[in-house]
Design a protein. Structure first.
Length: 336
């Protein structure tokens, strides 16, 4: 078994949109696919930001892992994000299937955020939540990695100042006025490359991560400051509210059928997370119910504590990751 990476174009929405597929030659054509949306606050990041443990669990289960690029805010706005998420979901359902054969079932997940080399980036799970809200058939399951499930939560509407100083409009103006684009970053320690794993999918003890030059230009990373800027200015609902219904609807007496259709969701989230507070995940669980949403808390852990970790790492926080994976296995087994 050897892991391979395939790059394909999955849609063209003004600009070409590509995805990377991590799979093996012996992956069956009817196995579930894991569709993963990268972190970046919907304003930055790129599709190479994948935790090694996630690639490992997908390869072990013979789930092809598809990581798409998508257009970024503010140019794409809500409808654009939904178009990209829907196209990626359709691509995943049909990837490597017979033309007239059944579609694949898809597990949809996303990671939200990181503070990498002083670059603040968050939010891939919002794209996964869009699919659950708007697409049919519903995903097989959802996995939230410290994810933002809605921008209607008070965290994004209370002028929260995440960094030490307020982000000025002047520091992000050129990104707001710039052209539509997808995430593009230079490789660093958090970038996933196949050399991080052995051909069998274990941690490669001989891998040496690339070093970021001390004099590297921070210009490309500054786009990620839009996340802090929009959070402080309570701007996200204006940008994506037309496709983001939140979860308060689930508490209404006539919502039982809609809640029943929601895919089983597994979340792990650190309780020392300044970028996306734990209550964002707790509120989703409380609205949809514990029979729909399982929340596993990583005690003392910050945002994206696991981004560079391997499934076998015996370090604080990884037990929560393994618990989430075990719960995801249970959900998938009960749904296939």
């Amino acid at each position: 078994m050897a892991i391979r990476k395939i790059t394909q174009e999955y849609a063209t929405h003004g600009i070409p949109l590509e995805c990377d597929i991590y799979t093996t030659d012996n992956a069956p054509g009817n196995s579930p696919v894991f569709l993963y949306f990268h972190p970046g606050g919907l304003v930055g990041g790129n599709r190479d930001l994948i935790a090694p443990w996630l690639v490992q669990i997908c390869i072990q289960r013979k789930w092809p892992l598809i990581s798409p690029s998508y257009r970024l805010l503010p140019q794409a706005r809500g409808q654009g994000l939904l178009e990209d998420a829907s196209a990626a979901y359709d691509f995943a359902q049909n990837w490597n299937t017979q033309q007239a054969g059944p579609r694949r079932k898809v597990i949809v997940g996303g990671a939200s955020g990181a503070d990498l080399i002083q670059w603040r980036m968050t939010k891939g799970f919002f794209m996964a939540a869009l699919i659950a809200h708007h697409c049919h058939p519903k995903p097989l399951a959802l996995l939230s990695i410290e994810g933002i499930n809605t921008f209607r939560h008070r965290f994004f509407n209370s002028s929260i100042l995440i960094p030490d100083e307020e982000i000025s409009h002047a520091s992000v103006e050129k990104y707001i006025a710039g052209p539509v684009e997808v995430g593009d970053m230079k490789p660093d320690e958090s970038t996933f490359v196949l050399d991080k794993l052995t051909p069998e999918g274990a941690k490669n003890p001989d891998f040496t991560p690339p070093k970021v030059p001390e004099n590297a230009s921070p210009d490309e990373s500054n786009r990620g400051l839009l996340y802090d800027y929009y959070t402080f200015n309570n701007s996200f609902v204006d940008l994506v509210g037309d496709v983001d219904p939140g979860y308060q609807w689930a508490k209404q007496p006539d919502a039982k059928d809609r809640v029943a259709q929601w895919p089983k969701t597994v979340i792990f989230h650190g309780n020392n997370d300044p970028d996306v507070e734990l209550n964002v995940s707790e509120d989703m669980r409380d609205c949809l119910g514990e029979d729909k949403v399982t929340l596993i808390v990583a005690d003392g852990q910050p945002h994206l504590f696991e981004l560079e970790k391997f499934i076998e790492d015996d370090i604080p926080g990884m037990d929560a990751v393994r618990q989430a994976v075990a719960k995801l296995d249970e959900v998938v087994a009960s749904s296939t």
